[in-house]
Design a protein around this ligand. Structure first.
Ligand code: FES
Ligand SMILES: [Fe+2]
Length: 467
C-alpha cells in the first residue's frame, strides 16, 4: 500500500505507538539516524541532544485567557527581553526610522548620521501624543499637536513659545531611549537598561547561524494577519510537528513529522528539526521514492519553482535526490558554492525559536522568519511571516514593506503552498482561544518530548514573571 495525498485522511489507528523517537535511556531522534546517513557532514550542534527534565505538569489556560496574566507579561517580561524589531534593509539611510509597537509601548528605531541605530520612545514629552504613527524618513520629529520638535538623535530642537516653559530645561527633554542591538542584519531592542547583552541573550544562536550567512539576507516577502488568539498560542502552533498529521495531512507524503528532533539550547533558544523527503511514519505505509519527491514538489512551493519535476535515479532516495537538487539550486540563489551543505541543511525545517516571539529558520534555504506580537491584548496577535533571500556580491536590498491581510484575505494568496499550510494553522487558533476560555478543567496537557519546546518556553516565561 502506498500513500496518496489526494485521498488519504489521517489514519485513526496509525502506528504512532512505534514511537519513532523513543529509544529508551538517552534520547536519540529518528532524525539523527537520517542525519547519520547524510551525504555530507551535518553540523555537530544539530547532532547533539539537548533536552532538560522539565516534568509533566499541565499548563493553566489562564496563561492565555487572563487579562491579569497579560498585564504581568507587559510589566515584567516584555521590557526585559531583546525583541526583534526590524531587518536592517528596512532602514538603510540616515533619517530612516521604523515604528515598532508592542505590549503597550511605541518606539521609533532611527538610523543615525553615523549609520548606527537608536530607539526612542515614540511619545511627546509635552502632552503625550505619539510623534509618528507610521514608519518613514525624518529630518526631525515634530509633534503634530503643538509642534514640540526633536532631532533624530533624540535631543530637543524646538519648543513653540519657549518662553512659556521656563520650568523645562533642554537637557531634561531628551526622548527616553531603549537599548538597541544588531545581529546578522536583525535589529533588536530592549526597553529596560542593563541585563544580558544581545550576544549573551542570543547565544548560541549566532555561532550556529554563522554558516548560513544571514548577514547577506534580505526580506523578499512579508505578510501579516491579525489572529483572534493569544500570542503564545499562535507561537506554539509553530513549536511542534505533532499537529502535522491532523492539521496538514497533505504534507505527510514528504514530511517526517514524528521523526522531528527538539533541542533546548538555552533559556532563550531552542530548535525543532523536521525532516523532509521522507514519508510520515504516521501513515504506516511504505513509499515509492519518486512519489515522495513528487509530493514534495507539489506541496512545498517554498523551495522549488512550481512546475519543477525531478527524477529519482534508480537506487537513490528522495531525500538524497532532493539534497543534490537543492545544493545546486541554492548555490545559484545564494551566489555561493554549497557543495559542503548537508542534505538536512538544504531541505529540512530547522525552526529556531528565540524567546519570546522571534523564529528564524536555519539552513541553506530561502529563510522563513516568524514573529508574534499581542495586537494589542491577550486575545489578539499580529502574526508576521517573512521570506528572506540572499544578496549576491554587489546587490543592494530593496526596502521591504509589510502586507497586512484583511480578515477575508489568506496567507495562501501571497505565499503559495507555505501560505496554504499557514492558513491551516490559522484555522485552529480562534478555536484554541475560545476553547481555552470555555475549558472546564482550565488545564492543558503536553506531550513529553514533542511538545518540550512549549514547556521550555513557559518555564522561561515564569523566570521573568517571578521577578
Ligand atoms: S502633545 Fe506634542 S506638542 Fe503638544
Ligand atoms: Fe502547522
Amino acid at each position: 500500500m502506498t500513500y496518496d495525498p489526494e485521498t488519504s485522511q489521517t489514519p485513526e489507528s496509525s502506528p504512532t505507538s512505534s514511537s519513532p523517537n523513543d529509544h529508551g535511556g538517552a534520547r536519540m531522534s529518528t532524525w539523527d539516524m537520517m542525519a547519520a546517513n547524510d551525504s555530507r557532514p551535518v553540523p555537530a550542534f544539530l547532532l547533539e541532544s539537548a533536552q532538560a527534565e522539565m516534568g509533566n505538569e499541565p499548563l493553566d489556560t489562564e496563561r492565555y485567557t487572563s487579562a491579569e496574566f497579560f498585564r504581568a507579561e507587559c510589566r515584567k517580561m516584555w521590557p526585559n527581553v531583546w525583541q526583534f524589531v526590524a531587518r536592517q534593509e528596512e532602514l538603510p539611510e540616515p533619517g530612516d526610522y521604523v515604528l515598532y509597537e508592542n505590549a503597550g509601548r511605541s518606539f521609533l528605531v532611527t538610523r543615525q548620521p553615523d549609520g548606527s541605530l537608536r530607539a526612542f520612545h515614540n511619545v511627546c514629552l509635552h502632552r503625550g501624543r505619539k510623534l509618528r504613527t507610521e514608519t518613514g524618513w525624518a529630518e526631525y520629529f515634530q509633534c503634530p499637536y503643538h509642534g514640540f520638535t526633536w532631532n533624530t538623535d533624540g535631543s530637543i530642537k524646538h519648543i513653540p513659545c519657549r518662553w512659556d516653559f521656563p520650568h523645562l530645561a533642554d537637557e531634561d527633554l531628551n526622548l527616553p531611549e531603549a537599548q538597541v542591538g544588531e545581529w546578522a542584519g536583525y535589529v533588536f531592542l530592549k526597553e529596560a537598561a542593563g541585563g544580558p547583552t544581545l550576544e549573551e541573550y542570543l547565544a548560541p544562536l549566532p555561532e550556529q547561524f554563522d554558516r548560513w550567512s544571514h548577514e547577506r539576507a534580505y526580506t523578499t516577502s512579508w505578510v501579516a494577519k491579525v489572529i483572534p488568539a493569544n500570542w503564545k498560542a499562535c507561537a506554539e502552533a509553530f513549536m511542534e510537528a505533532y499537529h502535522v498529521s491532523t492539521t496538514h495531512p497533505q504534507i505527510m507524503g514528504f514530511t517526517g513529522d514524528v521523526n522531528s528532533k527538539y533541542n533546548l539550547y538555552s533559556d532563550h533558544v531552542n530548535i525543532a528539526i523536521t525532516p523532509f523527503g521522507v514519508l510520515s511514519p504516521t501513515l504506516g505505509v511504505s513509499g515509492d521514492e519518486q512519489e515522495i519527491i513528487n509530493n514534495f514538489l507539489k506541496y512545498n512551493g517554498r523551495v522549488v519553482t512550481p512546475g519543477t519535476s525531478i527524477d529519482v535515479p534508480e537506487g537513490r532516495t528522495a531525500r538524497a535526490t532532493m539534497g543534490d537538487f537543492n545544493r545546486r539550486r541554492f548555490s545559484e540563489l545564494f551566489g555561493q558554492d554549497l557543495d559542503h551543505a548537508s542534505d538536512a541543511e538544504v531541505q529540512d525545517a530547522l525552526t529556531y525559536n528565540v524567546f519570546p516571539n522571534f523564529s528564524p529558520w536555519g539552513g541553506f534555504q530561502p529563510t522563513v522568519v516568524y514573529r508574534w506580537r499581542p495586537w494589542p491584548d491577550e486575545r489578539h496577535t499580529l502574526m508576521e511571516v517573512r521570506l528572506l533571500g540572499r544578496l549576491k556580491p554587489g546587490e543592494e536590498a530593496p526596502v521591504p514593506s509589510m502586507k497586512l491581510l484583511q480578515p477575508d484575505e489568506k496567507f495562501g494568496d501571497y505565499l503559495g503552498q507555505l501560505g496554504v499550510v499557514l492558513e491551516q494553522d490559522m484555522d485552529n487558533l480562534p478555536h484554541v482561544q475560545t476553547g481555552m476560555e470555555a475549558s472546564p478543567t482550565g488545564k492543558l496537557n503536553l506531550a513529553h518530548y514533542q511538545e518540550s519546546r512549549i514547556r521550555h518556553f513557559h518555564q522561561t516565561l515564569d523566570k521573568y514573571l517571578a521577578h
